[in-house]
Design a protein around this ligand. Structure first.
Ligand code: PMT
Length: 421
């Protein structure tokens, strides 16, 4: 069955050069069985004509809030109620700002306020405009209001710049829309969800807790990780049917039911175990707070307090998550980023540098979250996407994260299958 069969999709088009791709987008959505209605801003009409979109959608195109004839045919509130899903593509920086501000000074912005349907936006703009803090703040606000952001993609832009800001390709937008409906269907079937085991047959490998780097037989270097976040992820994945192995540093926690725990002490131990188990895992989540350095020469006897000062010579530990991500048969690899400043910048840097599929960033300087607390908040990045999981208990957060990992992993698998990998 076509995944969008009978679904009512309202396509909002704003005034960007990528608007020229929208007739193809309408056609591909219709190929998937969707009924598509188009709403255009004034700016959009400078790039593409309503007549073209009327022809391909086989529906009248709406472009004015104050058109009495159009209001008679299908008023703006009716249109807002009609939609199962609103997709705005391309979404210009200006339109994004208007929606964020809650403006309703044209038909499209009014519909965004008046609808109860999920809304996804596909940003399209110059890379500098995309990176501008104002746009980034608007995107963050919309994400926190449950808007979904499709893209943007990177590459050469109409203005000659190269970078992030291109509207995603039509095929990607259709795929993400299908995926969105698959998710909505999943939510609608919440009642049966408890019985469902979407992760059945999958092996999840999770690192958790701190590592300890010995100085001598009685002393070590470590950190404040309690293991709560990693164990909560293990529990959430297990309750959805996954076979879960936790590689854990020293923690004071009960191992979640039906999860296997491999206890380790140092980063080297954790590295060794991770590389043994990762090749047969489907998903690897690196939640452990691994010591970046270890003592170069661990003293075999307790160091005596003979001098007023002393120096420890440290050497770099192997990067576990990067080494797993470098495996030929690597699992879907999720890293964490514990940051105290410039969270997004450092998280995205780790995502790219360690070649991860996803990274979950937390601000460990914020009060009441992060290390050794019961609550946490995450911003989860992939190369093209960003999802905010607001402050809540670690167990609730873990459920949301596991769902998000699963959906993204499935999407990637399907994408690779269709490419014949
Ligand atoms: O355990 P809790 O008290 O519940 O706290 C949870 C947490 C704050 C520890 C957790 O949410 C978290 O942020 N874990 C990652 C901590 C960390 O080490 O972050 P990092 O930014 O330094 O490392 C980036 C990534 O590389 C992490 O996935 C880390 O596991 C991994 N790494 C780091 C160093 C190393 N040698 N090998 C690694 O695999």
């Amino acid at each position: 069955m076509q995944i969008l069969q009978g679904k009512k999709i309202l396509l909002g088009i704003s005034g960007g050069i990528a608007a020229y791709k929208t007739p193809e987008l309408v056609r591909r959505l219709k190929d998937q069985g969707a009924d598509v209605r188009v709403v255009m801003t004034e700016g959009a009409k400078a790039f593409i004509t309503p007549l073209t979109l009327q022809a391909v959608s086989a529906n009248a195109v709406s472009d004015s809030l104050l058109d009495t004839q159009a209001e008679l045919a299908m008023g703006h509130i009716e249109l807002a109620k009609w939609a199962d899903f609103i997709l705005i593509a391309p979404a210009t920086a200006d339109l994004i700002a208007k929606i964020t501000a809650g403006l309703a000074n044209d038909l499209l912005t009014t519909l965004c306020l008046a609808t109860a349907a999920p809304v996804a936006i596909a940003p399209a703009m110059n890379q500098q405009m995309w990176h501008n803090q104002a746009t980034q703040d608007n995107i963050k606000t919309l994400t926190s209001r449950q808007y979904t952001i499709f893209g943007p993609g990177a590459g050469a832009q109409a203005c000659g710049d190269i970078g992030l800001g291109r509207m995603l390709e039509v095929s990607e937008l259709v795929e993400l829309t299908c995926q969105k409906f698959a998710n909505i269907t999943e939510i609608n079937h919440n009642v049966n969800k408890a019985k469902e085991q979407p992760l059945a047959g999958q092996k999840w490998l999770i690192t958790a807790g701190p590592t300890r780097e010995a100085i001598d037989p009685v002393r070590y270097i470590s950190n404040h990780s309690s293991g709560k976040m990693g164990f909560a992820i293990a529990s959430a994945a297990q309750s959805l049917g996954a076979e879960v192995t936790i590689i854990s540093g020293p923690v004071n926690l009960t191992t979640p039911l039906h999860c296997e725990k491999i206890a380790v002490i140092s980063a080297l131990d954790m590295h060794q175990q991770a590389l043994i188990h990762a090749p047969t895992s489907d998903v690897f989540v690196a939640c452990a707070a691994v010591a970046d350095y270890r003592i170069a020469n661990v003293a075999s006897e307790k160091i005596k307090k003979s001098k007023d000062s002393m120096q420890l010579n440290l050497i770099k530990n192997p990067d576990i998550v990067a080494d797993v991500a470098a495996l030929l048969n690597k699992p879907f690899t999720v890293g964490f980023a514990a940051e105290t400043q410039d969270v997004e910048h450092y998280a995205r840097d780790k995502l790219a540098r360690k070649n991860l599929d996803m990274i979950a960033a937390n601000n460990v300087a914020a009060e009441g979250q992060g290390f050794n607390s019961d609550d946490n908040a995450l911003t989860v990045f992939t190369a093209n996407d960003e999802k905010i999981l607001p402050l809540t208990s670690k167990s609730e957060l873990a459920k949301q994260l596991v769902q998000h990992i699963h959906q993204t992993q499935q999407h990637l698998l399907k994408k690779n299958e269709s490419k014949g990998h």
